[in-house]
Design a protein around this ligand. Sequence first.
Ligand SMILES: C[S@@+](CC[C@H](N)C(=O)[O-])C[C@H]1O[C@@H](n2cnc3c(N)ncnc32)[C@H](O)[C@@H]1O
Length: 326
Amino acid sequence: MTVPCVGVARESGEQSRQELAGLGLVDDEYEIVHEDGTLYIPVTDPEGVPEEYDLQSKSLPRRETQTTPADLLDFTPSYERLGEVIIIDEDDPDRARALADALVESDIPTKTVLNRASKIQGVERVRDWEILVGEETEAIHREYGCEFALDLAAVYFSPRLATERHRVAEQVSEGEQAVDMFAGVGPFAIPFAKRGATVVGVDINETAIEYLQKNAERNGVADRVTAIHGDISDVAGEYENWADRLVMNLPHSADEFLDSAVRLAGEECVLHFYDIQHEDDLFGPGERAIREAAEPDYRVTVENRHTVRSYAPHEYNVVLDVRLKR
Ligand SMILES: C[S@@+](CC[C@H](N)C(=O)[O-])C[C@H]1O[C@@H](n2cnc3c(N)ncnc32)[C@H](O)[C@@H]1O
């Protein structure tokens, strides 16, 4: 069986391994292999690998010393890792228990195992969890060279959006002024600031804003991040006409806040508008809502229509990158 890996010159192998490990990408279920001057480093998420790497697919041996949950179970397990906090999604209590025990017994570093106990809900988009192992719901998650502390029981966070956040962060240039209107613990705001932007992050969830502030400090960008607890509709007036870039990651109801987005937008502003829509018309409703809010004061150009991920049968999480020019 082939696995995704990057091929790097042997001399730069350790540096590359460390960089990929820092991004949380090294797949330690497989061996790193040396062949003809090239090291092949297995990766967990090919889409997350920075562009400068030579991404390949190769047959690599499993690490014999490594026991995975799959080795201990009679079903193929599925789980997500946020540092040493492992998230599972099992309706059957026996399967959930077996998977939690297998994670602990395996070589995967496991401090906590959390099973999804509800959908994300409420204005703050938080879900309930069943704690199967450990006591705490706080995690330290690493993504593209940034580190985020977050309490899964108190704030929204999804590691699945890492590639999408990176796609957007790569568009940010030094000196930009950006507002993340629904900032959470900062997975857009922090990488933006790391690229030299001045960022305002707003969230109605006070705990998320406390983490955003801590995460700005943790990543050495507190001087460029302003974390504001409040409803963006109330805060927008303080930054009227200010933003070169806006992020609206509140799928299902971002359209209700487009008036605030237009208030925040400067002369020219790029808006990243996230939405969840039926496959019959993925981008039309968002585009119409943006035009209705911004025209005729702004010329509206949709620069990119991108499907982020499947959300439910026939429904997709999508994003519109839109340039507003007054
Ligand atoms: C889907 S989460 C996105 C968080 C973050 N951008 C991320 O990608 O992880 C949406 C966030 O919007 C916040 N929120 C909801 N309504 C809001 C409002 N009116 N003003 C500011 N924040 C709001 C919620 O508390 C939640 O943290």
